[in-house]
Design a protein around this ligand. Structure first.
Ligand code: SPV
Ligand code: MG
Length: 433
């Protein structure tokens, strides 16, 4: 009986190195390609420029490939137990580094039934690296970046975003990746927070930074990243100004803007009723949403309405009434905010909103109700989780402690163990685009 062979691929750029290892694998027996699904590729590497169906066609057309099947996790385990191939073929580059635990698991699963791992020397191709860089550069183009949030929402039950307020925090949002239980995790998107943008500039979060300054921050982040951006546009300002600003924001390649239903000198929501805050009328805020929607030029962009009723103790009924009115006025999504540690009111809102609105994306910012896991939010119908300020809140005490340590010792060596070598920091920074 002929032998069977299994290989896994994620790539949307096929080069000679791929085809030659495929030929060698096909000589060992009937070759199945496990192709990582779009969701896995996006969490493992970068968002795929070609979607699964197109990548599958590419692989099916290569001589020696007998079939292509989806691989739903970075871990091979499920597919190996299902297909029980005699051989798994891979380049020898995964013996160390990020993929080593995946390799270890492949060997363990093959041992369960007597399969064998066959490794060939990895061929480093400069041409591939160049193509890969150009694919990444494509992802940063405004017209391509903008639509990615919508694509991610259609691909995954829950999309995550982390705050970025400059190029460096943008790079952390772009590049941070962890491997856990055979899965890779990355943030899907970035949140350009008014609170953190203002704080980074030493200013209060009272809509003091003008739109040009905020968009300069967005531009700085866009310059070095590819992930989609959700912009916190505070109240959106006057309707007459908002209709111009939203067009600029959309044209820049931002994927979503969130505006909150407050008026006047807005204060940060986490202050709640400790400061004077006024909520907009439903009529006026609906008019702002409708006017904003009318100004848009693409179908990719999300205008998301943020409800402050729970922040301002106006009650659940008010929050729900507003949510339904805002959707009717044209909002493409709803953000519900709360400053309680207990997530009960958020969960109640989600259940009641979802009972009527099955598809409208629901956004939460779990700064205070931070014990809730992403899986739990997804089960309750949430689509976007925003980690709105954690990078600023972690960097600030670290910087303060180092400044105090240097002042205390009047020498820098004691602070050294708290500092990362600059060599490691600049490893994040792209050398070319
Ligand atoms: C921000 O990050 O600026 C926000 C979210 O608006 S919050 O600070 O929780 O109001
Ligand atoms: Mg804000």
């Amino acid at each position: 009986m002929s032998k069977t062979v299994y290989m896994c691929f994620s790539t949307d750029v096929i080069h000679g190195g791929h085809t030659s290892i495929i030929q060698k694998a096909a000589e060992l027996g009937e070759l199945t390609i496990g192709l990582l699904t779009d969701e896995v590729v996006a969490s493992y590497k970068r968002y795929p420029v070609l979607r699964y169906e197109e990548r599958a066609k590419l692989f099916e057309s290569i001589k020696g490939v007998s079939r292509v099947v989806p691989q739903y996790t970075l871990s091979y385990a499920d597919n190996l137990r299902k297909f029980k191939p005699d051989y798994v073929v891979h380049g020898d580059d995964w013996k160390t580094g990020f993929q080593k635990p995946i390799r270890d698991e492949v060997i363990a699963v093959l041992n369960e039934y007597g399969g064998q791992l066959v490794e060939y020397p990895y061929t480093h191709r400069e041409e591939y690296e160049r193509l890969e860089r150009s694919q990444r550069a494509q992802l940063a183009i405004p017209d391509i970046r903008r639509g990615r949030l919508r694509e991610l929402l259609s691909m995954k039950p829950l999309v995550t975003a982390i705050e970025a307020h400059n190029g460096l925090t943008g790079l952390i949002a772009e590049k941070t990746k962890v491997l856990k239980d055979g899965k890779t995790h990355q943030f899907d998107a970035m949140w350009v927070s008014s609170l953190c943008d203002s704080t980074a500039k030493g200013k209060p979060d009272i809509e003091l930074l003008d739109m040009s300054t905020r968009l300069h921050t967005v531009d700085e982040i866009m310059d070095v990243t590819t992930k989609p951006i959700i912009l916190d546009a505070d109240t959106g300002g006057l309707i007459e100004h908002f209709v111009y600003n939203i067009k600029t924001i959309e044209r820049m390649g931002v994927s979503a803007v969130i505006i909150e239903d407050k008026t006047g000198l807005k204060k940060n929501s986490l202050f709640g009723n400790d400061v004077v805050q006024t909520q907009d009328s439903i009529e006026n805020f609906c008019a702002k949403l409708t006017a904003g929607k009318a100004a848009l030029k693409t179908k990719d962009f999300f205008l998301i309405a943020r409800i402050e009723s729970l922040i301002l103790d106006k009650g659940m009924d008010d929050a729900l009434k507003r949510a339904f009115a805002y959707v009717k006025a044209g909002a493409n999504g709803i953000m519900i905010h709360s400053r309680r540690k207990d997530p009960a009111e958020i969960f109640e809102f989600c259940a009641k909103f979802r009972a009527t609105e099955k598809c409208v994306p629901l956004v939460v910012v779990p700064t205070t109700f931070n014990s809730v896991t992403e899986d739990e939010f997804a089960r309750r119908g949430v689509n976007i989780v925003i980690y709105a300020n954690q990078l600023t809140r972690s960097a600030f005490p670290a910087m303060k402690k180092v400044a105090e340590t240097i002042l205390t010792h009047r020498c820098a060596i004691e602070a050294d163990e708290m500092c990362m070598p600059f060599k490691e920091i600049i490893a994040l920074i792209p050398e070319d685009y």
